[in-house]
Every structure is written in structure tokens, then in C-alpha cells.
Ligand binder design. Structure first.
Ligand code: ZN
Length: 329
């Protein structure tokens, strides 16, 4: 399928390479990985052309800004990287858009940076790499914390989606939960438990009752949620305990979340997601350069679904959500 739009597509710069070096070193492709993730309009564009991907919304890799313990440093770094991305994509407005990086250590600074990125730089929303650290790598501040209510209020007002992207859990949790199983700590499993938990925190806090217009995008075929949502609802229905949500978790999944196929080319997992959310809320993505565009595109292009559903998931859902109708002109 030509004209696909992809949304979980990462870049980095020299400044942030230390964050992602372990992933590439582990896989024995550090030199190649470094060059690939720092490239924007070279090999990346060739890969997009070769795989029928017309448009990418780019985001800074994980955990980067969220992992910075110094709040003043995070504020400066977010501003600089957003300016850098805007400059890089400016010559190719029909191929690239941007997600803002936000210094979530400071909710007020995040509001100002999001406003600047959307209104002045033309970004399509923001991508946040999970909880943030403040002062200490063991400190995990999640976005359901009441300190973020003014931030979410502004997100709803601006009408832009927030992509909630994985990061690893805090070191003390990793050391216990994944001891002796380092393979499990990130993309194979831990990322998705961490991000699925973050989504449930948002739902259970009553955030979407307070701000029903919020739209959150999550990757990897829904961070385990579509498969598990019935059991979550069933348990909460029978015993609510401290869950503050006014509606069912299925309601939030159907009204406040969008799911991308990034890094998960499983047809059974897609069918499960389609059954839970319908195809209006599923969008194609690749998770490049951690995964290949060719694997994602080959799988997607050959899916046994109707051309109508393929067109929606591959292109038009993203066009509507991110106001990319200009691509049809
Ligand atoms: Zn990713």
C-alpha cells in the first residue's frame, strides 16, 4: 500500500546517544545504529520510499528528556531538541512532521513548550517517554499526578494528541523483577508492562472524566491492554477499591486512546485490537530504527483485511487525528 503514514519513528542526536547505546551494542550494531538514528533525510527517506511510507511524524528516542534528573537541564534540552527537529524537517514538510519533546519534570514549562511547538513550530502533538525522574533516578512521577492537571487542561484545549511511549522501570524495580533476565527488561516485555501500567493509572485517576477530550496514542499494538481489558474491567467492576474512574476502562480505551502497530507485526494481536477498539483507532507505525520499515510494511501490506480497513489504519485515521489532510492535495 502506497501513502502510508507512520507515527512512532525515532531520531536522536550526539547529545542523547548515551541513552540508546546499550540497545544497539547489545544487538552488535552500534556503529550502524548510531548513524541510522541520527539520520533524517538520507537512508530514512530511502527506506520510506522503498516501503510505501509517505509521511513520518518524528520523535526523540527514549528516555532522553524524561530521564534527566535536573529539571532546569530538561527544560533547556527539550527546547533545543525541538528547535533542532523543526529545522531538520522544514525542507520536507510533505514527508516529515514532529512530535514535541516535553520537560515533564516541570508541568508549567511543559505547557509553554507544547504551546510553542504546536503554534510556532507546527508540531503535531508531543511524545512523552513515560514517567519522569526528578532529582533521583529512583523517583518516578507519572502523568496521573494531580500536578499535571493544568498541563492536561491545556492539551485538551490545544486539541493535540500525546503519544505515550515506553521507558524502562526504575532501577530498583528492574533489579528485583528482572534479576537474571536482562533480555526481558525493555522491548521484549518490560517496556509494555511499564507503559500499560501508566495508561491504567491515567484511566483509574479519573483524568478522562475530568478532560474527556484528551487523545492518547500508544504503540506496540496497545501495550498489552486490548488482550487484558476484559479482565481489568471485570475485576474493577467486582471490587473498585481505590480506582477513581467514573466510567469503564473499555470506555476510555474506545474514546481516549489510539493504538499503533509499531514493533508488533502479529496478525492475531491486530485482530484482538480490532475486536476491542474497531479500526477507527488503529494506525500503522514501524518503531524505526529499532525495527525495520520493511518488516512492518510487508506485514501490513499483506494483511487479510478489507482495503477499506487497510486504508484507514495505514493512512486516513492518522490524517484525521493529526490534521494531515494537506497530503491529499
Ligand atoms: Zn519506540
Amino acid at each position: 500500500m502506497k501513502g502510508k503514514i507512520a507515527l512512532e519513528e525515532h531520531f536522536s542526536t550526539e547529545e542523547f546517544l548515551a541513552d540508546i547505546k546499550p540497545y544497539f551494542v547489545r544487538e552488535g550494531k552500534w556503529e550502524e545504529g548510531k548513524a541510522t538514528i541520527c539520520d533524517i533525510s538520507g537512508k530514512r527517506l530511502e527506506e520510506m520510499d522503498a516501503n510505501g511510507i509517505e509521511y513520518n511524524i518524528l520523535s526523540l528516542s527514549s528516555p532522553t528528556i524524561q530521564g534527566m534528573c535536573s529539571t532546569p537541564d530538561a527544560i533547556v534540552a527539550a527546547r533545543n531538541i525541538n528547535d533542532y527537529l523543526a529545522e531538520q524537517i522544514a525542507p520536507l514538510p510533505r514527508r516529515f512532521g514532529g512530535f514535541a519533546a516535553l520537560p515533564t519534570q516541570d508541568p508549567e514549562a511543559s505547557i509553554l513548550e507544547l504551546q510553542r511547538c504546536v503554534k510556532d513550530l507546527g508540531f503535531k502533538g508531543a511524545l512523552v517517554n513515560g514517567f519522569c525522574n526528578i532529582d533521583d533516578p529512583e523517583n518516578a512521577i507519572y502523568l496521573d499526578d494531580p500536578r499535571y492537571h493544568p498541563f492536561w487542561e491545556e492539551v485538551e484545549k490545544l486539541g493535540v494528541p500525546i503519544y505515550l511511549h515506553p521507558r524502562m522501570s526504575v532501577p530498583s524495580v528492574r533489579k528485583k523483577e528482572y534479576a537474571g533476565h536482562d533480555w526481558m527488561v525493555s522491548a521484549a516485555w518490560g517496556f509494555h508492562v511499564e507503559t500499560g501500567t501508566h495508561c491504567l493509572r491515567l484511566m483509574a485517576s479519573g483524568l478522562f472524566d475530568k478532560f474527556p477530550g484528551l487523545q492518547i496514542v500508544i504503540g506496540h499494538m496497545g501495550e498489552l491492554l486490548p488482550f487484558q481489558i476484559w479482565r481489568i474491567c471485570n475485576r474493577v467492576d467486582s471490587h473498585k477499591r481505590d480506582c477513581k474512574a467514573e466510567k469503564s476502562f473499555t470506555h476510555y480505551l474506545e474514546n481516549n486512546f489510539h493504538i499503533t502497530t509499531s514493533g508488533n507485526c502479529s496478525t492475531p494481536a491486530l485482530l484482538c485490537t480490532m475486536l476491542e477498539t474497531g479500526t477507527d483507532r488503529i494506525m500503522f507505525s514501524t518503531d524505526y530504527p529499532y525495527e525495520t520499515m520493511s518488516q512492518a510494511a510487508n506485514w501490513f501490506d499483506n494483511l487479510p483485511v478489507s482495503n477499506n480497513d487497510k486504508r484507514k489504519m495505514g493512512r486516513t485515521n492518522a490524517q484525521k487525528l493529526f490534521h494531515l489532510e494537506f497530503l491529499d492535495d
